[in-house]
Structures are given as structure tokens and as C-alpha cells.
Design a protein around this ligand. Structure first.
Ligand code: NAD
Length: 349
């Protein structure tokens, strides 16, 4: 079947990454790009793209079937509604909108026009996440009861608009949305409670970091943390299961699992000197008591994002990134903001 003709709106960091790295040429043809920055228009022109000079021009081009929205977060809603009304399908960058109200407006127009709207929650395909998801399912460390998911940098909030509230800046909306999307996609249970604490140490009007503690109906607990002031970082994932512990250090996928052997001849740990005291509780287990294992391989059993988008548009396939899931994440983000502001543990779902 024929390729889908796309116009790319916002040819900045992520827009150009879509064009040059992730849009498969056999499925997607980039018909042209539009950006409000003359500089970015010039860069795109240099790359040989057709340049739309206004958004209306994009919307009025009958050959454009779909639009990628890769602009600052506060502009997603209006751009998406206009595109859907002009009869275009839409791929929209994350966070899909500033709040659930905006998303509901988009979804109503998508329903009315029958045009596809999909948010680019690409980190469902991250190799580290796929390992964690595999472990969650294959239970090599038993049932998860504590999951710590972190991303930590030391470069502060990047760029320009990400510092500003009106553009949907801040780290919860930027990175938090990815980590929460992964967690809610994996954990098959309603979220029970939400606690949160935001960091403003850099003096911006938006959060430069966030930590949220979530409990789930099935008893699982999650600590999710995003930081931009961490000169020493903690592992990307640290997971405790009923039959072991797993760690993934970083995106290089270094890490391990340690599980008990349940060997019959295991010697009880002897007390060790710890600081100025003695401890048996915190003494390392004897060598026979535990086994170190390699992390499993993780593979997505679902198609790649653009393959899926193509199949949704052309063959009425089920979307991998469902709008109700995206809305649930956004609702959780709203509750995290509220829990942080009120410094209260709030119920959810
Ligand atoms: P950026 O600042 O690098 O690029 C945004 C571009 O949009 C700029 O070139 C700007 O001139 C242009 N622009 C602004 N308003 C516009 C409008 N109304 N019409 C057309 N162009 C407009 O920002 P970025 O890092 O590329 O982020 C863009 C979006 O992509 C954000 O929503 C961000 O959260 C998302 N993003 C997603 C990922 C991911 O992994 N999924 C990674 C980075 C960014």
C-alpha cells in the first residue's frame, strides 16, 4: 500500500530526529516541513525539504495526509485540532497536551472527523524498559514489589521553552511523562495513592526535578525520580522482587540480577563490623546463599511506532499507544502536581 505523506510541524531537535532517524522511508514520505523559526526553515531547506511558509499552507495541501506535531508542549492542542479538522491524521509528541482537558478536546475532534490521533510515547520501545517488562512477566526475580525508575542528569533544564510554565516546561512533563507511561503500561493494576515532591533548586519557575511515590491496588510500589542536578547518579532501574533483586545501571544495559539459591547447606551470615557497631542483618550473604545472573533479553511483542501508525491508518489496526492510556498518564501527572503542591498523599483511581 502507498506511503503516508507527512508534513512535519516544528523542525527542531525532535522534529528533525523523526525525519532523519525514525520515520521509515518505506512507510512515510516527508512532503515538507513548517517551523515558525526562519533559522529552522533554512536548515530544513538546506536538507532539501519543501518548506511551507504558514500552517494554513500545510493544512490546505491535499497531498498531506498526516501531520507530525513536534513543537513546544503548549502548542500541541491547537495545532492538533486544526490538523484533524483539516482532515489530517496526527502524530503528536509527548507530553501530548498540557492537561486532560486539552486532550479531551482533541479526542472529541478525532472522533468527530474519524482521523487518527496518536501520541509518540516512544519509550515503550526502550531496551532497558523491555528488559524490565520481560522480568515482570517471566518472574525470574518473583513478583515485583518495589520498583525504582530514575533518570538523572547534571545539566539542569535544557533549552529555552522548557524553563517556562506557559510552554509546559519542567521535568515532570518532559521526562516524567515517559517514565510514568512505561510504568502504567507495564503494571496491570490501578494506582491507589500518589505522593510527590518537586525540586526547584535551580530557581526556575518550573520543576528541575521530581520524585513521586505511587502505590498500586495489587500491592506494588513505585518510586519514580527525574533529576537534573545529579552529579552522581543512581541506577536507571532498581527492582525488588519476591525472589531476588535486579539492577539496570544505565542505557548501556549494564546490570544484573541476584537471587537466593535456597541451598540446604547455606551458612548463616556472621556479624560484621559496620561503622562503630556490629551487624548480622546487614552482613553480606554467604557465597552459596545467592547467585548472580545476567539480565534477560527484552523484546517488544508489539510493532514499532511508525509501523503501527501506518497499520492503524491503512489497515484499522489497534494502536499500541492508546489514547485512553495517554489520558491516564496525563491525569496521573495532574495528581502528582497536586500532591506536590499540597504536600499530601492523594488517592487515584
Ligand atoms: P525544540 O525547541 O528543539 O523544537 C521545537 C521547534 O518547534 C522549534 O524549531 C520552534 O521554532 C518550533 N515551533 C514552535 N512553535 C511552533 C509553531 N506554532 N508552529 C511551528 N513550529 C513551531 O524542541 P524539541 O526538543 O524538539 O521538542 C519538541 C517536542 O518534542 C516537545 O513536545 C517535546 O516534549 C518533544 N520531545 C519528545 C522527545 C521524545 O523522546 N519523544 C524528545 C525530545 C522532545
Amino acid at each position: 500500500m502507498s506511503v503516508i505523506n507527512f508534513a512535519v510541524v516544528g523542525y527542531g531537535g525532535m522534529g528533525s530526529y523523526h525525519v532523519h532517524t525514525i520515520m521509515p522511508k518505506e512507510l512515510i514520505h516527508v512532503k515538507g516541513t513548517f517551523d515558525i523559526s526562519e533559522e529552522r526553515q533554512a536548515v530544513s531547506e538546506e536538507k532539501g525539504h519543501f518548506i511551507y511558509t504558514t500552517y494554513e499552507e500545510v493544512l490546505n495541501d491535499p497531498e498531506v495526509e498526516a501531520v507530525l506535531i513536534a513543537t513546544p508542549n503548549d502548542s500541541h492542542k491547537d495545532l492538533a485540532v486544526q490538523a484533524l479538522r483539516a482532515g489530517k491524521h496526527v502524530v503528536c509528541e509527548k507530553p501530548v497536551t498540557m492537561n486532560t482537558q486539552e486532550l479531551d478536546e482533541i479526542l472529541a475532534v478525532s472522533k468527530e472527523t474519524g482521523k487518527t490521533f496518536m501520541a509518540h510515547q516512544n519509550r515503550r520501545w526502550d531496551p532497558d524498559f523491555l528488559i524490565v517488562r520481560e522480568l515482570y512477566k517471566n518472574k525470574q526475580i518473583g513478583d515485583f514489589f518495589q520498583i525504582e525508575s530514575r533518570v538523572q542528569g547534571a545539566n539542569g533544564i535544557p533549552g529555552d521553552w522548557r524553563h517556562l510554565k506557559e510552554h509546559g516546561g519542567g521535568m515532570l512533563l518532559d521526562w516524567g511523562v515517559h517514565l510514568l507511561d512505561q510504568l502504567l503500561f507495564m503494571i496491570d493494576s490501578p494506582v491507589k495513592t500518589v505522593a510527590a515532591d518537586f525540586s526547584y533548586v535551580l530557581g526556575d519557575e518550573v520543576d528541575d526535578g521530581v520524585a513521586t511515590f505511587l502505590t498500586f491496588e495489587n500491592g506494588e510500589k513505585v518510586l519514580m525520580e527525574v533529576g537534573t542536578t545529579n552529579f552522581i547518579k543512581l541506577p536507571r532501574w532498581y527492582i525488588k522482587g519476591t525472589k531476588g533483586t535486579a539492577v539496570i545501571e544505565d542505557w548501556d544495559l549494564s546490570g544484573k540480577m541476584v537471587v537466593p539459591t535456597y541451598a540446604p547447606d547455606v551458612v548463616a551470615p556472621t556479624p560484621i563490623q559496620a561503622g562503630v557497631g556490629l551487624t548480622k542483618t546487614m552482613a553480606p550473604p554467604s557465597e552459596e546463599a545467592t547467585k548472580v545472573m545476567d539480565l534477560p533479553k527484552g523484546e517488544a511483542e508489539y510493532p514499532e511506532f511508525y509501523q503501527n501508525f501506518y497499520d492503524v491508518v491503512r489497515n484499522q489496526a489497534e494502536p499500541v499507544v492508546k489514547n485512553e492510556e495517554v489520558r491516564r498518564v496525563l491525569k496521573l501527572i495532574e495528581t502528582i502536581f497536586e500532591a506536590g503542591e499540597k504536600q499530601q498523599v492523594l488517592p487515584f483511581e
